[in-house]
Design a protein around this ligand. Sequence first.
Ligand SMILES: [Zn+2]
Length: 101
Amino acid sequence: MSKKLDCPNCNSPAIGYWKKQFLGPARTIGCDHCGARVSVSAKHFLPILILVIGAFPVFGMLGLMKHGLTSTASLFVLVLLITGVYQHFFVPLVVRSRRPH
Ligand SMILES: [Zn+2]
């Protein structure tokens, strides 16, 4: 998928889909169009962080003990898909610093 997302600073479709997927609030990426540093909203990203750090290992361990490796692996894939979709649709891009033209 090579669809570009709109930059929150210049509104040009200049942010790569996968760039956003691997972006966290602690990282910034540069807009290809205006050069602004763009990140994701920490407030909206929090549920993903809680899921990955908290629930992920806990449910992973429980799943492994109760249902075996195959279903646990599918659960992990499912969680990754859900967080990916959530990140794409519900975590807004935010401008961290603007660079003057
Ligand atoms: Zn831009």
